[in-house]
Write a protein that binds this ligand. Structure first.
Ligand code: SF4
Length: 226
């Protein structure tokens, strides 16, 4: 039987190859351990990477372990994470997430997820308040080396414009659709190269289509030119 997604898969492959030619193969860098990634992601909501990192470092400096954060006074967590903003909301959320993992697993570790099918691991993680599909995929891909594809705002915008996903598909839904279009080995390089493309060329406002190496593969460009 013919795969209904065959032409989209071919297009995804062409985009992937073109991005590799332009930006190269992104190097695998060590990422945070899964628990640190949970904390960092909660801190990252509605703030810049710089402020997220400042808050994260302050938290690490004030508490020797994540267990101490879990068991510590919420006011002290709130004070430590203030640089990330929304500290009153983020502090209880971090403590709650660490408590939830411990209650469910008997220890503060997410390594058990490695033994699960990806869909089950995603479902487990998204039970935690503050963890949505994007964060779950980030934890699985970057911290645990599992085949999940995270869709952030850049990936969502660029893949919609290219026509790899429909214009009305939400970022949440895009996770499953893009995972189906790409072989798991590509998730890491495709994710990073598309983000880079979104930051450098395919901006939210005024994309630099005139210098874009993906013009011939892009629905948005074709429609704008017609
Ligand atoms: S042609 Fe324009 S809209 Fe399409 S991917 Fe390139 S910059 Fe984005």
């Amino acid at each position: 039987m013919t795969d209904p997604n065959q032409s989209l898969k071919a297009k995804a492959q062409a985009v992937h190859q073109r991005l590799l030619e332009v930006y190269g193969q992104p190097e695998w860098r060590p990422h945070l351990d899964p628990i640190s990634e949970v904390v960092s992601t909660i801190l990252s909501q509605n703030t810049t990477d710089v402020n997220r990192d400042r808050a994260f470092e302050r938290l690490r400096a004030r508490f020797a372990t994540w267990e101490k954060v879990r068991d510590g006074p919420v006011e002290a967590i709130e004070d430590a994470v203030r640089p990330a903003g929304l500290a009153q909301q983020k502090a209880p959320r971090i403590k709650g997430a660490l408590q939830f993992i411990t209650q469910e697993r008997g220890e503060l570790s997410l390594d058990f997820l490695k033994g699960m099918p990806v869909d089950e691991a995603k479902a487990w993680l998204t039970q935690i308040k503050g963890i949505g599909p994007k964060t779950a995929a980030i934890i699985l891909l970057f911290s645990l080396g599992m085949p999940a594809f995270p869709v952030d705002t850049h990936v969502h915008r660029v893949t919609v414009r290219l026509g790899l996903i429909g214009p009305k598909v939400s970022a949440e839904k895009a996770h499953d659709l893009l995972e189906d279009l790409l072989p798991p080995d590509w998730y890491y390089p495709f994710h990073l190269n598309v983000i880079r493309h979104g930051r450098e060329i395919c901006h939210a406002r005024n994309p630099k289509c005139e210098i874009c190496p993906l013009q011939d593969l892009c629905d948005y460009y074709r429609e704008a030119a017609s």
